[in-house]
Design a protein around this ligand. Structure first.
Ligand code: SF4
Ligand code: SF4
Length: 88
């Protein structure tokens, strides 16, 4: 199948700013603050991601799925988990 999206349609798929709706928090089955972990990772603060419990993430993807701003939260969380595990 070939997808032929218009410029306007592709914009919908681009990451937008967080609107602080808290839906990613509500969706997380292990009560993490997914966007806070993502923000800490993007700020380079790995210690803060650990404090926020990044290693408790079960990789379900609910946070990314629910996010209307299409923020790649799961991608960030996976990346930081990898970094934390490698540094052990
Ligand atoms: S992927 Fe991790 S942080 Fe996101 S909702 Fe699932 S458990 Fe929570
Ligand atoms: S679901 Fe998306 S827009 Fe809403 S608070 Fe989480 S990261 Fe921000």
């Amino acid at each position: 199948m070939i997808l032929a999206l218009t410029r306007e349609e592709t914009k919908i798929l681009e990451e937008q700013n967080c609107i602080r709706c808290s839906e990613c928090l509500n969706a997380c089955p292990v009560n993490l603050q997914p966007i806070s972990i993502s923000n800490a990772y993007r700020a380079g603060d790995i210690e803060e991601t650990k404090r926020l419990g990044v290693l408790n993430c079960i990789d379900c993807g609910a946070c990314s799925y629910i996010c209307s701003s299409k923020i790649d939260i799961l991608g960030d969380i996976r990346a930081v988990k990898q970094k934390v595990l490698e540094s052990r």
